[in-house]
Ligand binder design. Structure first.
Ligand code: ARG
Ligand code: GLU
Length: 680
C-alpha cells in the first residue's frame, strides 16, 4: 500500500514538472509522446495505437450515437458504452410491459438482441492532414468527395489550433445497432443527479450493444439477414484490476475544450455566461423537481429532461468554482502581460492582444444575447414545439396531428406554463433593452403583465392538445404568434452560433495568429489541439487526489459504498433487491476482491486522464492495451479542465470493468456474453 501511494505521488511529481497528464493528443501524432508514455508504463508501440495501413487500437474505438464513445470487445461486433449514452435507446425500446429502463435487459442469445431504430455507430476509417492541399487551392468539397466513395462513408475537414491546421476525418457509419444488455437504471444511474460529477461514485454506468453489417461486413439497413460486424480490432478485457500508479490511456471523442483562450474569454465564461445559465436552470429545475415530487408519472416523463438540464447546470457550477480556485483569470492575465512584453518588439504581434480584446468587447453582447435567448425563451417547450410545427406546415391536418402527438410525448403543460412565466420574466429582466422585441413589450403591457400574457397563450393555444387543426388554424394559433415574435432575434443569433465565444469568426481569426505567436514564444509548452469531437488519446495514471485540506480521496470505490448509500426511500439510491441479496450472502464469485480484510467488489476508479464531454463511454486502457474500465465522468474539482487542467486535482471517473462483468454475471446471468468476452 505504501509502495502504491509512493508510486502515485511520484507520478504526481512527474506530472507537475512535465504536465504528463494534460493533453488530448491526435492519434497519428502519438509518436511524439510515446517515449513519455512508455516511461509511465505503456508497453505497446505508437503504431499499435494508430496506423494508417494496418489494424490498430483505433479500429476498436467508435463514435456512439450523437456524442459518445464506444469500444468493440469481441470479434463479433460487441460494443461497450455508458448507460447514460445508451439511455435514450433503452428508453425507446421500453414500454409499460417491457420497462428495460427500470428492470434492465439481458439478451440471452443473438436473436434476443433488439434493433434500435435510428441508432448509428461511426468508425474512423482514416485521417489526413489536408492543410497544404487547401492552401494549394483545392476545394474542400472536392477533397471530401474523393474520400467518401465507400458504402456509408462520410468525411469532415476540421480546423485545429484555430485554423492553423486542417485534418480530414473519414468515417464509415453503421446503422444496424442492437441493444444487447443494460443494467437496471438503479445500477446504471445509481446516485442520479445527486452524485453526478462527484467522487466517491458508485454508478454502474455501462450498457452493451452489437453492430450488425451486411454479409460483406459493410454498413446495411436493419435486416434479419444481417450478421454481426467483424471489427478489425477489439479490446481484450483485463480482469486483474487497477492499482494506484498504473498507466491508463483514454481513447475517445472529447467534444469541446478551450485551453488557449485569453483572460477575456475566461472572464466571460466565469462571470457572465455561467452565472446567467446557472440561475436560469436553477429555476427550471426547481419547477420540474417540485412537479416530479408530487406525481410519479411526471417523475418518469421528465427524468431524461431533468438529467440533461441538471448535467450542464452542475458542471458549470463546478467549473466556475474551479476557475476561481485556480485563479485562472489572473494567471492568464500575467501570462498575457509576459507575452505582450515579448511581442512589443515584433511588429506582426505587437498589437495582437489589443485586437483580441477589442474583438471580445464588440462581440460579447451578441454572444450573450444568443446564450440568454437559448436558456430563456429557448427553454420554453411550447416555443420549441411551435417552431417545429411552423416548419412542418405542408403536412395534412392528420399528419400534423400525428406529428404534434409525437412532440407532446412526455410533455406537461402546467410545468411548461410555469417555466414559461419564469423564463419570460428573466428574458425581460436580463436582456439588453434594444434586443427586446417591441411587440413583446406591447403584448405584455396590453395584458397587464407577464403572468397574464403567458396564461392567455396557454389557455387559448390549441397546439398543445388533441384537436385536428387546419394549416390556417395552426398559423393563427397564439403560440405560433408568440414564436414569431422572436424571428428577428433568432436571425441575429445565427451570427453568434459557435461553440464558444472565442469561435465567433471575428474573434477566432485573431487566434489563428495568436497560436502561431504562442508557439514561437512559449517554446516549453506542449501544444495539443482543443477538443472538437475528433479522436484523441489522453494518458495518465490511476490516482487519488487531495479533495480538501487533509482529505485524500482514494482511487477505488467498492460495493460497500453502494450499500452504505443504498436507501429504498430515495429514488437515486434505491437498488435492486437482488443486489442486496448478493451483498448479504457475499455471493461475489470470481469478482471478489479483498479490502480491509473483507471481501467486496470494485465499482469505480479515478485516474488523471484529461477528458471532456464526449469521452463518455471511452475505453480505459492499461499499459498492455487491454480494457480495464469505461470512462463516464469527472470529479467536482475537475470540471474547469475544459479551460485549465490542473494535474494535481483533475481526475476522470471510470466504471471498473470488473463491476461491469459482476453485474452481467451475477445480476444478468448472461453467460453467453461472458463466453463471448472470453472471461473465464
Ligand atoms: N456527468 C456525466 C456527463 O457529463 C454523466 C451525465 C449523465 N448522468 C446524469 N446523472 N445526468 O455526461
Ligand atoms: N459524462 C461526460 C459525457 O457524457 C463525460 C464526462 C466529462 O465531461 O468529463 O461525455
Amino acid at each position: 500500500m505504501i509502495k502504491r501511494l509512493l508510486l502515485c505521488a511520484m507520478a504526481g511529481f512527474v506530472i507537475a514538472t512535465t504536465f504528463a497528464d494534460e493533453g488530448m493528443w491526435l492519434p497519428n501524432h502519438i509518436k511524439e509522446r510515446i517515449k513519455e508514455m512508455r516511461k509511465m508504463g505503456f508497453k505497446l508501440k505508437a503504431d499499435d495505437i494508430y496506423s494508417a495501413d494496418k489494424a490498430s487500437l483505433k479500429d476498436a474505438v467508435v463514435q456512439f450515437g450523437g456524442g459518445c464513445t464506444g469500444e468493440f470487445v469481441s470479434e463479433q461486433g460487441l460494443l461497450l458504452t455508458n448507460h447514460h449514452c445508451g439511455y435514450s435507446s433503452i428508453q425507446k425500446l421500453s414500454s409499460v410491459e417491457h420497462d428495460y429502463l427500470t428492470n434492465g435487459y439481458w439478451a440471452q442469445s443473438m436473436v434476443e438482441e433488439l434493433p434500435v431504430p435510428g441508432l448509428t455507430v461511426s468508425l474512423l476509417v482514416g485521417m489526413e492532414d489536408v492543410t497544404e492541399r487547401l492552401a494549394a487551392g483545392e476545394k474542400r468539397e472536392d477533397i471530401i468527395a474523393e474520400a467518401t466513395k465507400g458504402e456509408g462513408y462520410r468525411a469532415s475537414i476540421e480546423s485545429l489550433y484555430y485554423g492553423n491546421q486542417f485534418v480530414m476525418y473519414v468515417y464509415q457509419t453503421y446503422r444496424d445497432v442492437r441493444l444487447v444488455g443494460a443494467p437496471p437504471s438503479s445500477i446504471g444511474k445509481f446516485g442520479g443527479d445527486t452524485d453526478n460529477w462527484i467522487w466517491p461514485r458508485h454508478t454502474g454506468d455501462f450498457s452493451i450493444f452489437r453492430v450488425y453489417a451486411g454479409s460483406d461486413n459493410q454498413p446495411a439497413d436493419y435486416s434479419k439477414e444481417n450478421v454481426p460486424y467483424r471489427p478489425k480490432r477489439h479490446f481484450k478485457i483485463c480482469t486483474d484490476g487497477v492499482q494506484e500508479g498504473d498507466f491508463t490511456m483514454i481513447y475517445g471523442f472529447p467534444g469541446n475544450t478551450q485551453e488557449y483562450v485569453i483572460s477575456d474569454a475566461v472572464e466571460y465564461v466565469a462571470n457572465v455566461s455561467n452565472p446567467m445559465k446557472i440561475a436560469m436552470r436553477t429555476q427550471r429545475l426547481e419547477t420540474i423537481s417540485e412537479a416530479q415530487s408530487k406525481d410519479v408519472a411526471v417523475r418518469i416523463a421528465y427524468a431524461a429532461k431533468h438529467a440533461n438540464i441538471a448535467n450542464s447546470w452542475k458542471k458549470w457550477q463546478g467549473e466556475s468554482l474551479g476557475l476561481e480556485r485556480l485563479g485562472t483569470i489572473e494567471k492568464k492575465q500575467r501570462y498575457e502581460a509576459r507575452f505582450a512584453a515579448w511581442a512589443a518588439t515584433k511588429p506582426e504581434y505587437s498589437t495582437l492582444l489589443d485586437s483580441m480584446r477589442a474583438a471580445y468587447a464588440s462581440n460579447t453582447k451578441g454572444y450573450f444575447v444568443r446564450e440568454l435567448f437559448n436558456e430563456s425563451v429557448g427553454a420554453i417547450e411550447a416555443y420549441g414545439i411551435a417552431r417545429k410545427l411552423r416548419q412542418a406546415t405542408s403536412a395534412t391536418a392528420e399528419e400534423q396531428l400525428a406529428y404534434r402527438r409525437k412532440l407532446l410525448i412526455d410533455y406537461n403543460k402546467e410545468i411548461d406554463r410555469t417555466i414559461a412565466r419564469r423564463m419570460l420574466a428573466e428574458f425581460m429582466a436580463r436582456m439588453p433593452k434594444e434586443s427586446i422585441p417591441q411587440v413583446l413589450t406591447d403584448e405584455i403591457n396590453s395584458r397587464d403583465g407577464i403572468k397574464e400574457y403567458i396564461d392567455s397563450l396557454y389557455n387559448n393555444t390549441k397546439i398543445l392538445g388533441n384537436d385536428t387543426l387546419s394549416n390556417d388554424e395552426l398559423l393563427a394559433d397564439p403560440m405560433l404568434a408568440f414564436e414569431g415574435i422572436f424571428d428577428e432575434i433568432v436571425k441575429q443569433n445565427r451570427a453568434y452560433t459557435y461553440r464558444n465565444i472565442s469561435n465567433v469568426p471575428a474573434i477566432e481569426k485573431w487566434y489563428t495568429t495568436y497560436m502561431q505567436a504562442l508557439r514561437e514564444w512559449d517554446k516549453e509548452r506542449a501544444f495539443y489541439p482543443d477538443a472538437n469531437f475528433t479522436l484523441r488519446v489522453a494518458y495518465g495514471t490511476i490516482c487519488g487526489y487531495e479533495n480538501a485540506d487533509g482529505e485524500y480521496h482514494t482511487h477505488l470505490s467498492t460495493l460497500d459504498g453502494v450499500i452504505a448509500k443504498e436507501n429504498p426511500e430515495i429514488y437515486d439510491y434505491d437498488i435492486p433487491q437482488a443486489l442486496r441479496d448478493i451483498y448479504k450472502n457475499k455471493d461475489y464469485g470470481r469478482w471478489s476482491i479483498e479490502k480491509n480484510g473483507r471481501p467486496t467488489v470494485p465499482v469505480c476508479f479515478l485516474a488523471s486522464n484529461h477528458t471532456s464531454g464526449g469521452n463518455s463511454g471511452s475505453p480505459v486502457i492499461n499499459g498492455k492495451g487491454e480494457l480495464v474500465g469505461i470512462n463516464f465522468d469527472r470529479t467536482w474539482r475537475s470540471t474547469m479542465s475544459d479551460i485549465e487542467f490542473d494535474p494535481s486535482i483533475c481526475r476522470n471517473i471510470s466504471v471498473d470493468i470488473r463491476y461491469v462483468l459482476f453485474i452481467v454475471d451475477r445480476l444478468g446471468h448472461a453467460q453467453y456474453l461472458l463466453d463471448e468476452l472470453k472471461v473465464k
